[in-house]
Every structure is written in structure tokens, then in C-alpha cells.
Design a protein around this ligand. Structure first.
Ligand code: GLA
Length: 395
């Protein structure tokens, strides 16, 4: 069982020398559909997971942030000088967010902080965005300010670009910031506006299957995909992918060349699939939604080439269970090159489906996957301390 939010707050608080002055929580995310198109002006449909990173902090009267987390090297961050990329690497997400606050003109008071997490790392579920958004929310709490949510999400995206070297889109930080219970965060990435879409049918469940295979996004593969889409758009002589239709891609196929033509086909078809998915969801047509998810996976596998053997296997297992076994659809989710799949299924069969996925995947890979259900949950927020009993929050 994954720890509850209250348990995480207690675990983060227990790493401090006294009761926290401030604690902040931010969730990971899963994306139902709309993959690798947030940096192409597309639409994406993630939701905030009920898996959180919690940071608890006490002011220490100095100009240093001392940050710790079980199993990781402690980090010491000087707050009164410009931030730089340094060791330990994981703390660069915090440095990037601190840098964003410093650039707006805030003077951050020194603090000791401890981090607890239930977001699986390296699983394509945005543990890095959760860390950035939890940090930003913690700083808001320490400074007694509240940034507009969009500004906060963009500041966190900047941290990822400049301090982690991943030229990501806006999906993860928006989902972690804007998420709400029972709502998808549908984002129009051209306008940069999120819309909260109801997702509360109790008959429908979302299974997340972490393959436990992981390739770093910062190894250049993600950046290369983004470059391909930029090259494609330039060759098509369009200002935005929203102005490109499939006929444009087909007529420029040879000129675009391989692999840019296939990347372009993915972008245009995935934008159309995500629009269709929103329509299917609005009328509770889960069969249509599921078919769109399978088609998205095929496109990511063959045209965008960001899947891998283990992700394909997990999707195949879900699709073999099929509608007769309660599965509507499945696909890889997140950046790819490993990580997780997302499966849409009937709630009353979710337990059996997860068991089959676990067993068959284990038999064929000798890897024990991490499989769980999740529902749309609350985005980044400060913790109200009266929710945690004194016994839990003190060491
Ligand atoms: C990563 C990035 C996101 C998005 C996805 C793919 O999670 O951080 O911005 O591009 O990959 O959809």
C-alpha cells in the first residue's frame, strides 16, 4: 500500500528537528491521451495522481537551505547567490525553482527541509514535476505569497529546462499545479489554458503499470524528438501544428524525409485523437476512448518511436484481456523510453486485470512491475497542520 498524504506529511516532518513551520504537497501525473504534443501546441489530457511528494520545512535563520530525503545525498543550497547546476543532481530541481523565485525578486529565508514521496521515480509519472511544484509551493508558504497558478507552473517548467536539461512541454507542471479531485486537466497547449473536465464515473478505473524499465529523458532522445517536430513545422512552413492537417503531411512526405515525416504524422494524428477522446469522454463512450488510446500507442511506437519492448508488452497484455475482461484501452503514458502504461477499465474488474498484468508481465520479463489504480486528485497545496496530529508531526 502506498502511504497516504497524512502519512507522507508525518514522514517528511519526522526528518526535521522540530515541528515544521510549513509543508507542501504536489502530485505526480498520468496522461490519458495526447502524448508528445504539449510542445506542439496540441491538447493533452492528464490528471494529478493520488501520489505525492511532500516537503516539510523549518526556518533556520541562515541563508542556506539544507534539504534531505531518505536514500539520497543531503543537499545544501546557498540562497543569497545565483543558483548553479551542482551535485547532488536531484537537488537541481529545487535550485531551478529557487532560481525562478530569485529572478522575480524574492529573498528566500534559510530553511531545513525533509522530503517524503509516494511518486515512483523514473516511471514516467512526473516525479520531477512533483518535486518542482512541491518546492514552489513550499517557497510560497515560507514567503507568505501565492503566485498565480499558471506563473507557478511555468516557473517550474523553467527549472526543468534550465536546471535538469529537459526541454519539456507544459503538461506535467500544469497537471501537478492545477489538478483537482475527480477532474482531468485538459490543456490547450496553444493558448496555455487548462480546463478541468469531470472524470468521476465510479464504474471507470485507471490502472497505472510501471514497467520498472527506465531510460533517462535527459539522454537527448526527448530533445531529439522535439527537434524533429520543430524541423517538420519549419519545412511545412506553418506557424503552428494546429494549422497542419494530414493532407499537408502526406503531400510533403518526401520533402520532410524519414523520420521527420513519421514524427509529423504522429503529431497531427495525436492532436485529432485527443480532440476525439474529449468528445468520447463527454458522452461516456469508453469504448471509443479506449480505441483512441490503442491507436495513440501504435503511433508512439511506430511513428514517434518512444516506446520500448516492455511498454508494448504491457499494452498487449491489457489488449489481450480486452473488452470481455473489462479493458477499454491502454497505451504508454509520459515521455516513454520505459516508464508506465495507462489502462482504462471497468472498476469491478480492475483487481483481476491488475493481477493478470502483474503475472503475465512478470513471466515474460522476470521483472516485478508496480501496478496500481489511481483517481484524479488535488494539485499542489500547502498542508494545514491541524490535519496532522502532534504525535505524527513531531519526531
Ligand atoms: C514528458 C514531458 C512532458 C511531455 C511528455 C510527453 O513527461 O515532461 O512535457 O512532453 O513527456 O507527452
Amino acid at each position: 500500500m502506498s502511504p497516504t498524504l497524512t502519512q507522507l506529511v508525518a514522514a517528511a516532518s519526522a526528518g526535521l528537528s522540530r515541528n515544521p513551520d510549513v509543508a507542501a504537497a504536489a502530485p505526480g501525473r498520468v496522461n490519458l491521451i495526447g502524448e508528445h504534443i504539449d510542445y506542439c501546441d496540441g491538447f493533452v489530457m492528464p490528471f494529478a495522481l493520488d501520489r505525492y511528494i511532500v516537503i516539510a520545512a523549518v526556518r533556520n535563520g541562515s541563508d542556506i537551505a539544507n534539504v534531505s530525503s531518505a536514500g539520497l545525498a543531503d543537499a545544501s543550497i546557498s540562497l543569497h547567490q545565483p543558483q548553479e547546476i551542482r551535485e547532488p543532481k536531484w537537488a537541481n530541481y529545487l535550485r531551478g525553482v529557487i532560481d525562478g523565485f530569485q529572478k522575480i525578486g524574492y529573498e528566500i529565508p534559510g530553511f531545513d527541509a525533509h522530503i517524503a514521496s509516494s511518486v515512483p521515480g523514473g516511471a514516467g509519472l512526473s516525479s520531477s514535476a512533483a518535486l518542482e511544484c512541491a518546492t514552489a509551493t513550499l517557497l510560497e508558504g515560507l514567503l507568505g505569497v501565492t503566485l498565480p497558478k499558471k506563473q507557478k507552473a511555468l516557473l517550474c517548467q523553467h527549472a526543468e529546462h534550465a536546471f535538469a536539461g529537459v526541454p519539456c512541454g507544459i503538461m506535467d507542471q500544469f497537471a501537478s499545479t492545477f489538478g483537482e479531485e475527480n477532474r482531468l486537466v485538459m490543456i490547450d497547449c496553444q493558448s496555455g489554458e487548462p480546463t478541468l473536465v469531470p472524470f468521476e464515473n465510479p464504474a471507470l478505473s485507471v490502472i497505472i503499470a510501471n514497467t520498472r524499465v527506465h531510460h533517462e529523458l535527459s539522454d537527448g532522445a526527448y530533445a531529439l524528438r522535439r527537434q524533429h517536430t520543430e524541423q517538420g513545422l519549419a519545412l511545412l512552413q506553418k506557424a503552428s501544428w494546429r494549422d497542419v492537417c494530414m493532407a499537408d503531411v502526406e503531400s510533403a512526405w518526401d520533402q520532410l524525409g524519414d523520420p521527420v515525416n513519421r514524427r509529423a504524422r504522429h503529431v497531427v494524428s495525436e492532436i485529432a485523437r485527443t480532440r476525439a477522446a474529449a468528445e468520447a469522454l463527454a458522452v461516456d463512450d469508453f469504448t471509443a476512448l479506449g480505441e483512441l488510446m490503442y491507436a495513440s500507442h501504435v503511433s508512439l511506437r511506430d511513428d514517434f518511436e518512444v516506446s520500448c519492448r516492455e511498454l508494448d508488452l504491457m499494452v498487449d497484455i491489457a489488449s489481450d484481456i480486452g473488452p470481455q475482461g473489462g479493458v477499454f484501452g491502454a497505451r504508454m503514458t509520459g515521455g516513454g523510453f520505459g516508464g508506465s502504461t495507462v489502462t482504462l477499465c471497468e472498476t469491478y474488474r480492475a483487481g483481476d486485470i491488475m493481477e493478470i498484468m502483474r503475472t503475465r508481465y512478470g513471466q515474460q520479463t522476470n521483472i516485478v512491475p508496480e501496478i496500481f489504480c489511481s483517481r484524479p486528485s488535488r494539485g499542489a497545496h500547502l498542508i494545514e497542520f491541524d490535519l496532522v496530529s502532534p504525535n505524527q508531526s513531531a519526531r
